[in-house]
Each structure stands twice: as C-alpha cells, then as structure tokens.
Design a protein around this ligand. Structure first.
Ligand code: NAP
Length: 319
C-alpha cells in the first residue's frame, strides 16, 4: 500500500483509510472485526471513528481490533455528536434486524428519514470537548489518539478562544497528538484559514474539487483527509450510467487498467481521482461490504499519470 507523509505533521499513513461510521450499526462486531483485520493485513493504517459512529458501538469494537497493533495505526476520533439513544428492546433486536436492513437499501433510507438513526449535536463547549476525549479513550482502550477532531462544527465555533484553549489542553495532556476540523466545507475552510488545526477532514466532491480551496486558504502546511468520494449525491451511480452510455470512455478506462463491471470501473475511477485530488492525506472509504476492500485497494495501485487521467475523465463525465 502506498504511503503518504502528512504535511505539517510527523504522521505517515496509507493513502486509503478505513471509515468506521457503519461499524456496530450496519455491520456487527464479528463482520466488522474481520473487515478491520483484512484492511490492516492489506496495509491500511488509518482508522476514522467517532463517539456517534455505529450507534455508539464503533469505538469499543475498534478497541478490540487495536489490541497488539496500537503503535502501527493512526486513529482519528471526534467530539460534537452523540449517537441516538437506543432502548433495551432496540439493542436486543439490532443483531436480528441488521442482516435484513443491510440488504434492503429502501428500508435503510426509510429508517434514516424517520430520524431513528439521527445523531444528537452537542453544543461545543470546553467541558464537552474534554469529557468527550476522555470517554473516547476509555472506549478505545488507549491512552491517546493521533487526531482529535471537532465533529461537524458550525464555522463560528471552530476558532472560538475557549474551544481552542480546551483543544490545547487535550494536546498538552498527551490525549491527542494533533487537532482537526472534520466537517462541512464552511467549517473546514474556517479551520484551515485559522492556522490552528493540523488536519482538515471534509467531503471531496469531484464536481468542485474543494481540497484545492482548503490548501490555498491555509497559512502554512496542512494535512487533508477526504471522504464521500464514492457515495455523495449518487456520484458513483451517475458515473456508471455515463460510462454505460459512452463505450469509448469505458474502453479507455479498461485500457488504463480499470477492470470489472461498469459499477466497479466507476468506483475505481472515483477513487483513483480522489487519490490525486488529495495529495496531503488519506482518502477514507467505508469498506465493510463484500468485495469493497479489494476493489478499493486495486484503485490505490494506479500511478499519478493514470490518476490524473481518471480525474479528467470523471470531471468530463459528470459535467
Ligand atoms: N464529518 C466527518 O468527519 C465525516 C462525514 C462523512 C464520512 N466520514 C468518514 O468517512 C467514512 C466514509 O464515508 P463516506 O461517506 O465516504 O462513505 P463511502 O466510503 O463513500 O461509502 C458509501 C457506500 O459505498 C460503499 N462502497 C465502498 N466501496 C465501494 C465500492 N468499491 N463499490 C461500491 N460501493 C462501495 C460502502 O459500502 P460498505 O460500507 O458496505 O462496504 C458504503 O455503503 C465514514 O465511515 C467516516 O469514517 C466522516
């Protein structure tokens, strides 16, 4: 797996990172642990988690995975969102319901729309920040994380004095090595411009290439972590449909080494594009589903020239 040095930090990571938002919710403990081990065996050294992920189960499951390999991986956890409250009955039913829900996309979106899976946003205060990291470390079974991020903050909260002081105390106590903003573009830009944060994590939309903007805004070297490179706004499905209707693009992609079904080619093109678009940190993907890890790892193998060609093709196809 190709490695990347993160600008402005001493961190080094695989270019592909494992997103753990579904760990413990859509995917149960044993499937989740198997996928995490497979990712580690294939060279993935970045694991993105949060207290809210997996309905609150992602951090404790990740803790089990971390045993014996803590020093070999980077962990990013966050503060600002809590998982939805789950009653006893719902917790009992979860393992029974999970396989059905995982298979039925329509049911997943109905459950999402009902609000049953919505996280609770916490007001960003010094106390929330310090309590959150302390609890995350207990759940993760470790004494520090590499990155501690504000989770989906409002842009005006990012550079508040009291917030920055609390984050400084987290660093001073050794609970985290670097602080980050993990949120939507306005908050990401506010964090980058301030110069207070070492990392900025945000969605990378192929139509707008937001990471260039973030790097241009930052006063010094900064690391960027990108996500939603496949799924946001149905991009992968749109690209696959475009490829299916334009055989010359599909032939060109296949000639450049992007193999498989039209959907697989689309996923790999989007990832190859994302690795070129983000030269300053890992690209996150959720890869617990059958075959996704292997497809996404294949996409890491293309060189920069092929990646740049994928970037142009994706831009043109989605225009
Ligand atoms: N505010 C934030 O900081 C923030 C916001 C959003 C996301 N994130 C992080 O980023 C991670 C990834 O989130 P994302 O939004 O970017 O999701 P994603 O990786 O684009 O995944 C979306 C869907 O695509 C599927 N998928 C993965 N590889 C695929 C492939 N090769 N072909 C077809 N489908 C594929 C995934 O399936 P499976 O999971 O079933 O394999 C998942 O259902 C999250 O887990 C989280 O850690 C952070």
């Amino acid at each position: 797996m190709r490695q990347i040095e993160l600008p402005g930090t001493t961190l080094r990571s695989s270019i592909l990172g494992m997103g753990c938002a579904s760990l413990g919710s859509r995917y149960g403990t044993s499937t989740g642990l198997r996928a995490l081990e497979a990712a580690f065996d294939r060279g993935i050294t970045w694991y993105d988690v949060a207290p809210a992920y997996g309905a609150g189960e992602a951090e404790p499951i990740l803790a089990r995975f971390l045993k014996g390999k803590r020093d070999q991986v980077n962990i990013c956890t966050k503060a600002g969102l809590l998982p939805p409250h789950q009653g006893y009955a719902k917790r009992l039913l979860m393992p029974v319901a999970r396989p059905v829900v995982a298979k039925l996309k329509g049911l997943r979106s109905t459950i999402r729309q009902s609000g049953a899976t919505a996280n609770t946003r916490l007001p960003i205060t010094p106390q929330m920040i310090e309590t959150s990291i302390t609890r995350s470390l207990v759940r993760l079974g470790t004494d520090r994380v590499e990155i501690f991020a504000l989770h989906d903050p409002a842009p005006q909260d990012v550079n508040r004095d009291d917030v920055l002081r609390a984050l400084e105390r987290v660093i001073a106590r050794g609970q985290a090595r670097y602080i980050a903003v993990a949120g939507e573009l306005p908050a990401a830009l506010a964090g980058a411009a301030s110069g207070h944060f070492s990392l900025i994590q945000t969605a990378d939309d192929p139509a707008t290439d937001p990471l260039d903007n973030i790097l241009a805004t930052a006063p010094g070297p900064i690391a960027t972590v990108s996500h939603s490179v496949l799924g946001a706004g149905g991009v992968q499905a749109r690209l696959a449909a475009r490829l299916a209707g334009a055989p010359e693009w599909l032939t060109a992609a296949r000639a450049a080494g992007f193999d498989g079904t039209t959907e697989t080619v689309a996923a790999q093109l989007l990832l190859a594009r994302a690795f070129v678009a983000n030269g300053s940190g890992p690209v996150l993907a959720s890869m617990f589903g059958a075959g996704h890890l292997a497809i996404n790892i294949t996409a890491t193998r293309h060189n920069a020239v092929i990646g740049a060609a994928a970037r142009s093709l994706v831009r043109e196809a989605l225009a």
